[in-house]
Design a protein around this ligand. Structure first.
Ligand code: UD1
Length: 421
């Protein structure tokens, strides 16, 4: 297994190109099952999660042609609408094939999902929504088996929680359902807007994207399209935290206006980080302070502070001036990075759904174990900030969601390399 080795303590200086958003690419790839015409996607990041989704689509009889950041997917009627445990367990987003399969073929058998070990992550909100649209479910031997009673029917579905995955699954299914679907208390993440835009190019009738009420009028058929995946705001946010933690000046390129605005809004509370929009696709970020202020932050659904940046924030705050309190309100077990940060000398402890961090002048390199995707990137940031050598084991978690992270950082002066296992 590969390892990452870091000698910390250097400011970051240079340019980083941001890849396409994994969390937009995955549902959009699943949406290819809604048509038998070609879906041509660009700005697809080169990640193991993307390969897992491509494998799953292949097993469902899709033709795939992938060349660097472009992929063409042409779905054909599967021999069976079956998504196996082997393919689904690696990644929770695989469960997003359920909606398209049910709406296109009226039945599906999909394994219960796996993914990062960051909480219970049930699928009840997805299933209750589909039941409202006329699906009968049975859960047997670790599989969800869904059958549509007659036709999939539009319905008013009120989500008990703004689940990103449930919003996406129901949105995709509703595009081909009979009549109108209204998703109330829908999640508002930019990646859902990206999915909705792609569906609209395919001929879907969708309004209210980005609001908490999405309205979909079902159509008989969807077509192919060309679509460029949005930039990854979580990858960009991770690098912004690296600059805050290490100081330096970095230009992030390959962004778009919406993501730039989102980063400016999300990072406005970090007064020691200067963010300047350079043009419509890049921002310049600078932090000259060796000592930066602590913060109190709670993760929330969009437009709140993203849970996917909570671990990275915790790593940075280990060296802040004063005490930070970070509350995790989305996942109940997303503190796997805390024990590892303690191994580096950080004064950080978990109290229920909060971490309390008393900033220190220094943290120190150590042997660490990556446990989930975002915990892994938080350990990279900690390694860059620490004095001495850090070795991070089990980096395959990192390869699920960060394209060439060690290369992007070493181009910015960081002393970081991958050791092949
Ligand atoms: C997506 C993102 C993930 C991000 C998360 C929250 C993708 C591929 N992944 O995950 O990176 O961290 O949104 O922003 O886009 N829940 C239920 N029942 C359900 C569904 C969800 O209880 O049926 C709970 C989950 O256990 C979790 C919370 O709701 O505690 C949020 O989950 P959800 O928004 O669905 O996240 P994902 O779509 O899995």
């Amino acid at each position: 297994m590969d390892k990452i080795e870091i000698f910390g303590g250097k400011p970051l200086v240079g340019t980083i190109s941001i890849s396409g958003a994994k969390n937009a690419a995955l549902p959009i790839m699943a949406a290819s099952l809604l048509t038998n015409n070609e879906i041509k996607l660009s700005n697809i990041p080169n990640l193991s999660d993307i390969n897992s989704m491509l494998k799953l689509l292949k097993s469902l009889n899709s033709n795939i042609c992938k060349k660097s950041e472009k992929v063409i997917i042409k779905s054909q009627k599967p021999k069976s609408n079956f998504a196996s445990y082997e393919l689904v367990r690696k990644m929770r987003a695989s469960f997003l094939v359920l909606g398209p399969l049910l709406s296109r073929y009226g039945e599906a058998k999909v394994s219960l999902p796996g993914g990062c070990a960051i909480g219970a992550r049930p699928i009840d909100i997805h299933l209750k929504g589909f039941e409202k649209m006329g699906v009968n479910f049975e859960i047997k031997d670790g599989y969800v088996i869904g059958k549509v009673k007659k036709n999939l029917k539009g319905a008013q579905i009120s989500l008990p929680f703004k689940s990103v995955g449930a919003t996406e699954n129901l949105l995709m299914a509703a595009t081909l359902a009979e009549g109108k679907t209204i998703i109330v208390n829908a999640a508002q993440e930019p990646e859902i807007i990206d999915l909705g835009r792609c569906l609209k190019l395919m001929g879907a009738k969708v309004s209210g994207l980005g609001t908490s009420k999405i309205i979909i009028s079902g159509v008989k058929k969807l077509m192919g399209c060309n679509y460029k995946i949005m930039p990854d705001r979580i990858e960009a946010g991770t690098y912004l935290f690296a600059v805050l933690g290490c100081s330096g000046s970095v230009e992030l390129v390959n962004l778009n206006n919406e993501v730039i605005q989102n980063l400016i809004d999300t990072f406005a509370q970090f007064k020691d980080l200067d963010l300047v929009k350079k043009n419509n696709t890049s921002i310049f970020v600078k932090s000259s302070k060796k000592i930066f202020e602590s913060v109190n932050i709670k993760t929330l659904p969009f437009p709140g502070f993203p849970t996917d940046l909570q671990a990275q924030l915790s790593a940075v705050m280990t060296r802040a001036k004063g005490t930070s309190i970070i509350e995790e309100s989305i996942f109940e077990n997303r503190f796997m990075h805390v024990a590892e940060l303690r191994r580096m000398g950080a004064n950080i402890l978990i109290k229920g759904s909060r971490v309390i961090i008393k900033g220190k002048k220094k943290i120190f390199g150590a042997q660490l174990m990556a446990t989930d995707l975002r915990a892994s990137s938080s350990l990279i940031i900690a390694g860059l900030m620490a004095e001495g050598k850090t070795t991070i084991n089990r980096v395959y978690h990192l390869d699920r969601g960060y394209e060439k992270i060690e290369k992007k950082l070493s181009k910015c002066n960081a002393n970081i390399k991958r050791i092949k296992g």
